[in-house]
Write a protein that binds this ligand. Structure first.
Ligand code: NAD
Length: 315
């Protein structure tokens, strides 16, 4: 089964708009840019630290630079209509290595972009994260669950996510935060899904950190792009919405699913647990469905089958 890039509605206000996508050379950002670039004046700001300039659609204009460069941000937000802010130091281990830089990139740069969006009367959509919840007290996790992040990554994302609400309240800034759960799909370089698929393809054992009983809500990147587009037009500004499927899969189950899809099944081995890893995660999708009009459509088994199929076809 294949999943086509979603199309932009004929009457979408994003058509013909001037749009800045920070992190648009990255995994999720490049899928969003693929959708928008044929229909709008799309600019990408990315330092290509984890992204790749070759992933940026030909119709978009890429500026290689950092979101902490305010002169550059001023230039790129001049007369902008929409900002999709996805640039970030995007992983728990990377932020544990650089907690102060994490605040500069993930939080302070977000506050400045919000300031610029407010000044331009533009809509800003922030890529927040389920990491803001830390260890949830109940599952599925609703947006009103207490936020107790356990890593510099989660803390920086929570602060950025709260600035979205703050700027909406204080300065009438038109902004929305989306708390992505575990995103996977074509073009992803880091994470448990690409790591399992690469190892299965090579006939190597799948390495599970800890006992593998930890659960995640895996949401396909095409669904995430649909959520980003919905957030660009929702009247429910100032809010944070979960972006997940509402179903949960253990890491050991994921390993089995990948192994079953591989040409030859591979063993699963266990390694040390990862620091600051959380045990369980699953989105309560009610508010996103009712207020954002977003529901994920791609099941993990379909998404994985398509991904493994594409990867093997590329051999
Ligand atoms: P990614 O690493 O592929 O994308 C992040 C992009 O930001 C990269 O292209 C990177 O080069 C760029 N970047 C990093 N620092 C920058 C800086 N200082 N200035 C400009 N660009 C910079 O990761 P992704 O998975 O596409 O994540 C996109 C966003 O979604 C991130 O904000 C991430 O925290 C968030 N998110 C992702 C997931 C997931 O499961 N992938 C889950 C929750 C939240």
């Amino acid at each position: 089964m294949t999943h086509d890039t979603p199309t932009l509605d004929a009457d979408s206000p994003l058509r013909g708009a001037r749009i800045l996508v920070t992190g648009g050379a990255g995994f999720i950002g490049s899928h969003l840019v693929d959708l928008l670039a044929p229909h709008a004046d799309v600019h990408v700001l990315d330092d290509c630290s984890t992204g790749n300039e070759r992933s940026v659609h030909d119709d978009a204009t890429l500026t290689v630079g950092t979101v902490t460069d305010r002169a550059l941000v001023d230039e790129l937000t001049d007369a902008v209509d929409y900002v999709f802010h996805l640039a970030a130091i995007p992983s728990v281990p990377a932020t544990l290595d650089a907690p102060t830089e994490t605040l500069d990139v993930n939080t302070t740069a977000t506050a400045y972009l919000l300031e610029r969006a407010a000044a331009q009367d533009a809509r800003l959509v922030l890529a927040s994260s389920a990491a803001v919840y830390g260890r949830p007290s109940q599952l599925p996790i609703s947006e009103t669950e207490p936020t107790t992040p356990r890593s510099p990554y989660g803390i920086s994302k929570l602060a950025a996510d709260q600035y979205v609400r703050g700027y909406a309240d204080w300065y009438d800034c038109d902004a929305v935060a989306l708390r992505f759960f575990n995103v996977y799909g074509p073009g992803q370089r880091d994470g448990v899904v690409p790591s399992f698929i690469a190892r299965a393809r090579a006939g190597d054992a799948l390495v599970v950190h800890g006992d593998g009983s930890q659960t995640r809500d895996f949401v396909h990147v095409i669904d995430v792009v649909r959520a980003l587009v919905a957030a660009a037009t929702t009247p429910a500004t100032g809010n944070a919405f979960n972006v997940g499927t509402g179903t949960t899969t253990s890491v050991v189950e994921l390993a089995r699913l990948v192994s079953d899809l591989a040409p030859e099944s591979v063993p699963v081995v266990h390694d040390d647990p990862r620091p600051a890893d959380i045990q369980d995660s699953c989105a309560d999708t009610t508010t996103a469905r009712d207020e954002l009009g977003f529901e994920a459509t791609i099941s993990l088994s379909d998404g994985l089958a398509s991904l493994v199929g594409r990867t093997l076809a590329a051999d």
